[in-house]
Design a protein around this ligand. Structure first.
Ligand code: HEC
Length: 110
């Protein structure tokens, strides 16, 4: 029982943090909300998108020609470890809406 309480507390603490970050990201600055999420969650710390970002991981500019929206979304919630070497973080704590926004945005860049 105690362990269960600890796990639930951790989950709440984690999701609380994300909700806060998401709320900030969703604030309207006239920037595409998907792009704000991409900045907030640090995708460009590893990936390049349209010439901006790092080359540690594959360039995502043309990801839509290699993956479907659902495959992109799948990579976010359950990164394929054999390909990522296990170092792409999982974004499964994001809301469905946020995941859809990011996946569709990337898919439509192609
Ligand atoms: C800590 C580094 C890191 C961060 C941060 C990161 N990724 Fe990744 N990502 C990777 C690596 C490494 C791969 C796997 C590359 C491979 O071996 O094909 C990958 C793969 C992907 C792929 C599949 C690419 C392909 O060509 O198969 C997508 C889509 C993707 N990441 C999207 C994102 C998005 C969106 C974010 C931000 C929400 C993000 N990543 C954040 C490291 C990262």
């Amino acid at each position: 029982m105690k362990l269960k309480t600890i796990i639930i507390t951790c989950l709440l603490a984690t999701s609380g943090g994300y909700i806060q970050v998401s709320a900030t990201a969703a604030a309207d600055h006239g920037v595409d909300p998907a792009l704000e999420l991409i900045h907030t969650f640090g995708c460009k710390g590893c990936h390049s998108i349209q010439g901006d970002g790092s080359s540690t991981a594959p360039d995502l500019t043309n990801i839509g020609s290699r993956m479907t929206v659902n495959q992109i979304k799948g990579q976010l919630t359950a990164p394929v470890e054999s390909r990522s070497g296990g170092f792409m973080p999982s974004y499964k704590t994001l809301s469905e809406h946020e995941l859809d926004l990011i996946s569709q945005y990337l898919y439509n860049l192609r």
